[in-house]
Design a protein around this ligand. Structure first.
Ligand SMILES: Nc1ncnc2c1ncn2[C@@H]1O[C@H](COP(=O)(O)OP(=O)(O)O)[C@@H](O)[C@H]1O
Ligand SMILES: [Mg+2]
Length: 304
């Protein structure tokens, strides 16, 4: 179990990337959901001991991570958001190279481990291909094989699905869900659908703060019975979206779909609907927006 307690992270330019973040990450697949700039990568680098927080405590099992970062690294697999692969090498050569770096020096054992990992991430058929010909999904799967090669107990993967097509995304999420049966996996994403698909627990990070944490069902529960949808023409929507209860708008063919929260429908045009995790996310955004007076969020992927 990974436990974060009151973590603050700031940068030399004055940006406060994380504010008082406390989280408990249990075995299984844990999703860290947040828009660009929310602080996901800062949090993951901090847990991976690549940067030190200004304040707070991190424990992994009995280990005090900040007091003994080397011990954490020995049991960590970390796949950063951006990583380079030697373009002219094959998948097998790269994985073998990282296995040596991780201390797997006995050749037969290393070969067995490399074989097992290539199979695990389903790259065995392309193991002799140069990685500069790999698709984004193949690169990410090789990255996960590298992160897993030394049998970590904690795997941190930073936005692995970004830029993947739907088939590759699902394949990667399935892979991580399988890994999470044995290893604590912390996954960050800006896509609600990713966490909805596979994560047992979720934390929503907005502007450096954890605003919600729990199972997807727990997060959705408070909205049940208090979520409303209206389908309006574009003209009607221009006025309708200004209502303070509106949490999100989405373009549909020839119309605009608005979601609103509250004990009663904001206007007779609204009907009750079942909430999903996306509504939780937009409700939290709306709550913060009310303080800052920003416009209602459009439900396009770029916005989260
Ligand atoms: N090395 C850095 N120096 C200064 N500011 C940074 C640095 N890294 C991230 N930030 C800022 O910290 C905030 C959180 O960034 P980041 O952790 O990358 O968020 P996310 O991964 O959720 O997109 C952003 O405002 C970003 O601009
Ligand atoms: Mg990031």
């Amino acid at each position: 179990m990974l436990q974060l307690d009151s973590i603050d992270v700031s940068y030399a330019n004055g940006v406060r990337a994380l504010r008082n973040v406390s989280l408990t990450v249990r075995p299984g697949l844990f999703g860290l959901l947040g828009p660009n700039g929310a602080g996901k990568s800062s949090l993951m680098r901090t847990i991976a001991t690549l940067q030190r927080p200004d304040r707070g405590r991190i424990r992994f099992g009995d280990l005090d991570v900040l007091a003994d970062p080397a011990a954490l690294r020995a049991t960590l697999g970390y796949l950063p958001q951006e990583f380079g692969l030697y373009p002219s090498l094959t998948a097998e050569e790269i994985l073998d190279h990282f296995a040596v770096l991780k201390g797997l020096t006995e050749p037969a054992a290393r070969r067995a481990r490399v074989d097992a990992m290539l199979e695990r991430v389903n790259l065995q058929d392309v193991r002799h291909r140069r990685v500069d010909g790999f698709s984004g999904g193949m690169r990410q799967r090789l990255g996960i094989a590298i992160a897993l090669v030394a049998s970590p107990r904690l795997l941190i993967v930073d936005e692995p699905t970004a830029g993947l097509d739907p088939a590759e995304r699902h394949r990667l999420l399935d892979l991580l869900a399988g890994v999470a049966e044995e290893v604590v996996v912390l996954l960050s994403t800006h896509l609600v659908a990713d966490v909805e698909a596979v994560c047992q627990r979720v934390a929503i990070l907005l502007a450096g703060e954890v605003v919600r944490e729990g199972t997807p069902a727990e997060l959705v529960a408070p909205l049940r019975g208090g979520l409303w949808r209206a389908r309006l023409s574009r003209d009607e929507a221009a006025a309708g979206r200004a209502h303070p209860a509106v949490i999100s708008t989405r373009l549909a063919p020839g119309a605009v779909v608005l979601h609103a929260t509250g004990p009663t429908p904001p206007t007779p045009a609204y009907a009750a609907i079942e909430p999903d995790l996306e509504d939780v996310f937009f409700a939290e955004l709306a709550r913060r927006r009310q303080a800052s007076d920003a416009p209602v969020a459009s439900r396009t992927p770029q916005n989260y």
